[in-house]
Design a protein around this ligand. Structure first.
Ligand SMILES: [Zn+2]
Length: 337
């Protein structure tokens, strides 16, 4: 229940998609109810290049503007692009994710393809376009301030004047593009894998949430210890962290897998990890916590179907052992074909 995942024995009433009642019950139910996940950073478009074998580092493959990923995106037909993103959206929905924030390449058309791909499942979404795509989406997604010159300030100001949110990749390879990103006062920063202590303080003071993508960082070779991203320092400083899975090209957009990775590699407290897996909904202005009046975005998890019934710590079991097979009802807000 609530922001801190307090465990209570309750029955939850839902009317017209909203939580309208939370009633205490005396027995201990078999079904756990907890908030759905939000994937705070994806590149769904590169589903078209999933697990491709290619020479060179993965970093080179995803580097804009001419890395293999970008060449494949340009070569893919619009229908292939829509179908691929739709398939990844289904995969997310099937693994407990109710919403996502995506960096969409390909300008206005790229954003429209993703809107089309999400029409059927209708997950909550924040689409950050670029190269003009910000006009059709929810915001502007900046690959890194190092990829732009002075024109970036004007691009950001124009997007903001049009009511768009600003999201910026920063600190992924080193700390050198973090200060310039901060100077643009973004709504969310992505990665901060190499943010310095001083930058972390500034991020916390500015109240800017950070979407971290640890599996992507390890796969890309920009992290090799629990010091990067500096999750514990960011948590201690009061930075709001959110979990994302980054490029579908080489990381499955499965937040449960990201949660387990965070627990094993970084040793983050279970409650904090679950909070990170849910907090991304704030990017869309939603709140997935189980509180009367909020949208019903929760998962019903039947522990009687698995060894979860022997758990002595509900939240630790959720973040380490979540299995969609044990979810009751459809996780999809659309019907599976
Ligand atoms: Zn990214």
């Amino acid at each position: 229940m609530g922001d801190e995942f307090e465990e209570r024995n309750v029955r939850i009433g839902v009317t017209n998609g909203k939580i309208t009642a939370i009633e205490e019950i005396s027995r201990v139910p078999d079904v756990w109810i907890f908030p759905g996940f939000f994937n705070a950073h994806t590149h769904l478009g590169d589903t078209v290049a999933m697990d491709i074998d290619a020479p060179g580092s993965i970093g080179d493959l995803v580097a804009p503007p001419d890395g293999l990923k970008h060449r494949m995106l340009r070569a893919a037909s619009p229908q292939t692009c829509v179908d691929a993103m739709n398939a990844s959206i289904r995969t997310m929905a099937q693994t407990g994710t109710f919403g996502f924030a995506d960096f969409r390449e390909g300008g206005i058309n790229g954003v429209r393809y993703l809107q089309e791909a999400n029409r059927e499942c209708s997950l909550d979404s924040a689409i950050f376009g670029r190269d003009g795509g910000e006009a059709a989406g929810d915001g502007l997604g900046v690959s890194s301030t190092r990829h732009y010159g002075e024109e970036l300030t004007h691009i950001v100001e124009t997007a903001r004047a049009n009511g768009k949110k600003i999201a910026i990749h920063a600190g992924e390879k080193d700390s050198r593009d973090v200060d310039t990103a901060l100077s643009l006062d973004p709504d969310v920063l992505i990665h901060c894998t190499h943010a310095t202590p001083a930058q972390i303080t500034n991020i916390a003071d500015a109240g800017i949430p950070v979407a971290i993508c640890p599996r992507s960082n390890w796969k890309l070779g920009v992290a090799s210890s629990r010091q990067n991203p500096p999750v514990h320092a960011m948590i201690d400083a009061g930075v709001e962290l959110m979990l994302g899975t980054d490029n579908v090209m080489f990381v499955q957009p499965d937040i449960a897998a990201e949660m387990a990775f965070c627990h094993y590699v970084y040793g983050i407290d279970s409650q904090k990890i679950l909070k990170m897996a849910v907090a991304g909904a704030h990017i869309t202005g939603r709140d997935y916590s189980i509180v009367e009046g909020n949208d019903a975005r929760f998962i019903r998890y039947n522990t009687a179907r698995s060894n979860a019934q022997f758990s002595k710590n509900m939240v630790t079991t959720i973040i380490n052992r979540f299995n969609p097979r044990d979810c009751e009802g459809s996780l999809l807000m659309c019907d599976l074909k």
